[in-house]
Design a protein around this ligand. Structure first.
Ligand SMILES: Cc1cc2nc3c(=O)[nH]c(=O)nc-3n(C[C@H](O)[C@H](O)[C@H](O)COP(=O)(O)OP(=O)(O)OC[C@H]3O[C@@H](n4cnc5c(N)ncnc54)[C@H](O)[C@@H]3O)c2cc1C
Length: 244
């Protein structure tokens, strides 16, 4: 954590640089910035969240980051150079970032749901192709090697959908359980399924699968971004284990 917030009169001064992947950096109206407010405490007890409107003096944004997929999204770096915010822009108390984030499962659940959609799109795209493409005298869906792949795609998509629904249901009754275990589990599982389905779609589409004329490669690029967006597969799993 390389962004710091120092108490200054009736406010805080923020300094630091955020990754070039911050979602909507430069086009959003405001940002929730996590910064360290105490150096004499362990990291998890010294992180705080600040609400920073985009027109606050000292906040600057990098140019749009070019990614391998997610063409419609916008990501850029945020630089904070002596950004002064009033104390009331501190969300909760100092050091409460971790505690507050443990009550917000919605981001991971939303991402997970979108990855179920991507897994489904890859499955339906491959299914449709496999019914039409004829090789060795029959549609390729009638070759068992292809049929088994399609069955796995359907099964995994349905499993991911149910995990996401379970996380969403849990969020209504037990937000902390959802935020610490079920939502990250749903997000990482749905991304795994989306990546796997997109890879399989590329395979089922054969040579056509690696061309830009077909959507399978786009699905794979979009799915792969999910691996590290909103914490990586590994970090999500290590986090979940802390609450088992
Ligand atoms: C589409 C997208 C949107 C994003 N939006 C935002 C945003 O709005 N705001 C924001 O702040 N950030 C955002 N990010 C950044 C994102 O949170 C980070 O990229 C992500 O958490 C991974 O961090 P990193 O890139 O520093 O990878 P690293 O931490 O360098 O990880 C590299 C590799 O090492 C592994 N690794 C790292 N640490 C450990 C560990 N302790 N144990 C085991 N393995 C480990 C990782 O799993 C990964 O495989 C976004 C990223 C993407 C891709």
């Amino acid at each position: 954590m390389k962004t710091f917030a120092a108490r200054e009169g009736n406010g805080y001064i923020l300094n630091g640089t955020k990754s070039s992947l911050v979602t909507n950096a430069g086009i959003a109206d405001a940002y929730f910035i996590i910064a360290r407010t105490a150096m004499d405490k362990p990291l998890r007890e010294s992180l705080s969240i600040f609400y920073v409107p985009t027109d606050t003096p000292g906040i600057k944004f990098g140019k749009k980051t070019q990614m391998i997929g997610w063409k419609a999204s916008h990501h850029a770096e945020i630089c904070l150079d002596n950004v002064l915010v009033p104390a009331q822009n501190l969300i909760g108390q100092e050091g409460e970032a971790g505690k507050l984030l443990m009550l917000v499962p919605e981001v991971a659940i939303g991402l997970a749901a979108s990855y179920v959609g991507l897994a489904r799109a890859a499955y339906e795209y491959a299914l449709n192709y496999a019914k039409q493409r004829v090789s060795w005298g029959r549609p390729i869906i009638e070759h068992q090697a292809v049929a088994l792949k399609l069955a796995d795609m359907m099964i995994n998509t349905q499993a991911a959908r149910l995990v996401v629904w379970d996380a969403a249901r849990t969020a209504e009754t037990s937000p902390q359980l959802a935020a610490t275990v079920k939502a990250p589990a749903a997000k990482t599982f749905a991304v795994d399924v989306a990546i796997k389905n997109a890879q399989t779609a590329v395979e089922i589409l054969g040579g056509y699968g690696v061309t830009k004329e077909c959507l399978a490669g786009k699905f794979l690029a979009d799915a792969t971004i999910g691996y590290s967006c909103d914490f990586t597969r590994e970090v999500l799993r290590l986090g979940i284990v802390n609450f088992l």
